[in-house]
Design a binder for this molecule. Structure first.
Ligand SMILES: NC(=O)c1ccc[n+]([C@@H]2O[C@H](COP(=O)([O-])OP(=O)(O)OC[C@H]3O[C@@H](n4cnc5c(N)ncnc54)[C@H](OP(=O)(O)O)[C@@H]3O)[C@@H](O)[C@H]2O)c1
Length: 310
C-alpha cells in the first residue's frame, strides 16, 4: 500500500492521521519546522517529516489538509519540488475550483477526496464504528488508472468511510458544501437555536430546560432523523409534535425564506460569495462571532452544564 503524506495536523488532519494509524494504513505527517504540532504527532506515534526537506518532496501521495486559504501560497512555494505525477488529495474542492490548480500545476494530479464530516466526528464515528460518507473526483487526475481507484477505496475504508466514496466533481462538492454551511449547518441551526433559547428564558423557562430543548436535544433528534430517515422520523414523533411540525414549518418557511436560501446558492455559483470572501477580514469576523457566542446565555449554560455532567 502506498504511503500517504498528510500535510498539517489540524482539525481534519488529526482525525485522518489517527484513523489511518489505527487501521494500519501507511502514513506520515508533514509539518513546518516550528509547528507546535510536531511534539503531539510524535507523542501519538506518528512519523513526522519536515516540510521543505528532501524526503518531503519524494512522496507519491499527499493530502493537503491545511486551511483552504493557505493552499495557493503553499503550492506556489512547493509545487515545483514535487515529483511529476504526484497525487494531491483535497478534503474540499474550494481552492482547486477557485485557483484552478489543475492549470497552474499540471505536473500534479489533483484529487478530491472529501469525507463529509467535521474532523472531530471523523474520529468519533471511526471509534464507535458509526457511519461516515465521502465523495471523490478524479477529473483533474490524468490517466486515473484502476489501481488509483482501488487505493482510494482502501484509504476510504481505513478512514472509516462506510457510505461511498461516491463520485462527484470539484465544483459540485464546493458549491454543495458552501451552501449547506450557509443555509443550514453553520447558520440556521445554531443561530435559530440561540434565538429560541433566549426567547424561552425571557419567558421564565429555566435555562437548563431551555438548553435541553434548543441545544442538547438537537443532537438526539438529528441522530434519529439520520438513522431512521425522514419518513420513519415523522412516524415516531408524538401527535403534538406532528401537528406542531405541520404548523411551524408552514409559518416559518415562507416563500421569502426559500427565495433567500436559493439566493445563497446563486451567489455561490456566480462568484459573489468568493468576492465577499476575498474582501473580508476573517479574523475580524471570527472576533465578532467569538464575542457573540462567548457572551450568549446559551454558551454560558453549556459551560455550566458540561461542568456539572456526571
Ligand atoms: N475543520 C474541519 O473539520 C473540516 C471539515 C471538512 C473539510 N475540511 C477541510 O480540511 C482541510 C483542512 O481544514 P482544517 O479546518 O482541518 O484546517 P486547520 O485545522 O486550520 O489546519 C491547521 C494545520 O494546518 C497547518 N498549516 C496552516 N497553514 C500552513 C501552511 N501555510 N503551510 C503548512 N502548514 C500549514 C498548521 O500547521 P502549524 O502547526 O505549523 O500551524 C496546522 O497543522 C480544508 O481543506 C478544509 O476545507 C475541514
Amino acid at each position: 500500500m502506498m504511503q500517504l503524506t498528510i500535510i498539517g495536523l489540524g482539525n481534519q488532519a488529526k482525525s485522518w492521521a489517527l484513523n489511518l494509524k489505527d487501521s494500519g494504513f501507511p502514513l506520515r505527517v508533514a509539518l513546518r519546522p516550528h509547528s507546535k504540532s510536531i511534539q503531539s504527532a510524535k507523542a501519538l506515534g506518528i512519523e513526522v517529516v519536515e516540510i521543505g526537506s528532501k524526503e518531503f518532496y519524494a512522496a507519491d501521495f499527499y493530502a493537503l489538509l491545511t486551511p483552504d486559504s493557505s493552499h495557493q501560497e503553499f503550492l506556489s512555494e512547493h509545487a515545483p519540488g514535487f515529483k511529476q505525477g504526484a497525487h494531491f488529495l483535497y478534503a474540499h474542492g474550494f481552492s482547486v475550483v477557485t485557483y484552478e490548480f489543475e492549470k497552474k500545476y499540471p505536473h500534479l494530479n489533483h484529487i478530491l477526496f472529501a469525507p463529509k464530516s467535521i474532523g472531530t466526528e471523523l474520529r468519533n464515528q471511526y471509534l464507535i464504528k458509526g457511519h461516515l460518507g465521502a465523495v471523490y473526483s478524479l477529473e483533474h487526475s490524468s490517466g486515473s488508472p484502476p489501481e488509483l481507484e482501488v487505493w482510494l477505496k482502501n484509504l476510504a475504508t481505513a478512514l472509516g468511510i462506510s457510505m461511498g466514496p461516491y463520485k462527484t466533481t470539484f465544483k459540485k462538492e464546493t458549491e454543495a458544501d458552501l451552501f449547506s454551511e450557509q443555509g443550514l449547518l453553520c447558520s440556521l441551526i445554531p443561530y435559530t437555536a440561540e434565538k429560541m433559547f433566549q426567547h424561552l428564558i425571557e419567558n421564565g423557562v429555566e435555562k437548563e430546560l431551555a438548553y435541553f430543548e434548543c441545544w442538547h436535544e438537537l443532537k438526539l433528534i438529528v441522530n434519529a432523523m439520520v438513522e431512521k430517515g425522514p419518513l420513519e422520523f415523522f412516524e415516531l414523533i408524538s401527535p403534538n409534535a406532528l401537528v406542531g411540525a405541520h404548523k411551524g414549518h408552514q409559518r416559518l418557511m415562507k416563500p421569502e425564506m426559500i427565495q433567500n436560501l436559493k439566493s445563497l446558492m446563486t451567489e455561490i455559483q456566480d462568484g459573489t460569495f468568493n468576492a465577499e470572501l476575498e474582501a473580508s477580514h476573517v479574523e475580524e469576523i471570527r472576533g465578532k462571532i467569538r464575542h457573540f457566542w462567548k457572551n450568549s446565555d446559551l454558551q454560558k449554560t453549556h459551560e455550566t452544564l458540561k461542568r456539572e455532567q456526571k
